[in-house]
Design a protein around this ligand. Structure first.
Ligand code: ATP
Ligand code: MG
Length: 256
């Protein structure tokens, strides 16, 4: 791909030749997706290893949300070409509910806490269908604030607590890949740090994550690897450290 000017990561693991090769757990290959006639995701490939956090970065309008939506198999944008594999299962012919059953969980930017339900009811609702993931008690151990507020209506929580609830609700299902769209948006730095800590704990428990963030510095601190998008294509694929060390790249695509 001509656009892919910093580094070309292939379907197999080439991102870090200091480490032995690990099989790719999640792989999106050459994804092309459209909103109606608008061609937005223009040949994106992303590989993630099991238990890894990948930061998906890029300027406003670069196509990050559209890419996450395509990976989660939502109707919009419609994927016209490409393959998506999660733990040996092909997702590219699936609808969103099937991809969710196969283990993809998208936490959208607006968090979608259900009105009229308490914190606990929001979590219970996620467990209506089997197989369930983490128990509610385990989610409260990860986010003690949610446990303290279990009887409170979810929509009355603070922004940070709502983000915790949205992540907790994803973990309540039996997931393989967590997709987070701007989890730090609108949150105070101290809350961002708290969520960062929990995302590390979630990684330690073996969950694989793709995080989209405007706060690229925070995302790169947390992530193992990074993919940078620009106008719907991949312009960098490598380690988070390579991005932090590459001033030109940061300046050109991330404005940091
Ligand atoms: N529903 C839609 N219909 C048509 N075009 C859309 C739609 N949603 C997004 N787009 C366009 O797709 C492009 C990528 O948008 P997207 O929201 O994926 O970017 P992003 O990287 O998430 O940006 P941001 O950092 O602002 O969240 C933009 O040009 C946007 O205008
Ligand atoms: Mg977005």
């Amino acid at each position: 791909m001509a656009k892919h000017k910093y580094k070309a990561d292939k379907m197999t693991n080439t991102s870090d030749n200091k480490e032995p090769s690990k099989p790719v757990y999640f792989s999106a290959h050459d994804i092309h997706a459209y909103y109606g006639e608008s061609y937005i995701v223009q040949g994106v490939s992303i590989n993630v290893h099991e238990g890894e956090i990948l930061a998906l970065l890029g300027r406003n309008g670069a196509g990050k949300t559209s890419t996450l939506r395509a990976l989660a198999r939502l109707d919009d944008p419609a994927v016209h070409r490409g393959e998506i594999w999660l733990d040996h299962q092909p997702l590219h012919h699936m609808k969103a509910y099937q991809a969710a059953q196969a283990g993809i969980a998208l936490v959208p930017e607006d968090r979608r806490i259900i009105q009229g339900l308490t914190v606990e009811e929001n979590l219970q609702l996620a467990q209506i269908e089997k197989p369930i993931g983490w128990t509610i008690e385990r989610i409260y151990e990860l986010f003690p604030r949610l446990g303290e507020r279990r009887k409170q209506e979810g929509t009355t929580l603070s922004g940070g607590e709502q983000q915790m609830l949205a992540i907790g609700r994803a973990l309540a299902r039996d997931i393989k890949l967590l997709l987070l769209d701007e989890p730090y948006e609108g949150l105070a730095p101290v809350i961002v740090q708290e969520i960062e800590k929990t995302l590390k704990l979630i990684r330690e428990q073996g969950i694989t994550t793709i995080i989209v963030e405007q706060n690229a510095v925070a995302a790169l601190k947390l992530a193992d690897r990074a993919v940078i998008l620009d106008t719907g294509g991949v312009v960098f694929d490598g380690t988070a450290k390579e991005v932090l060390d590459n001033e030109q790249l940061r300046h050109e695509y991330l404005a940091i």
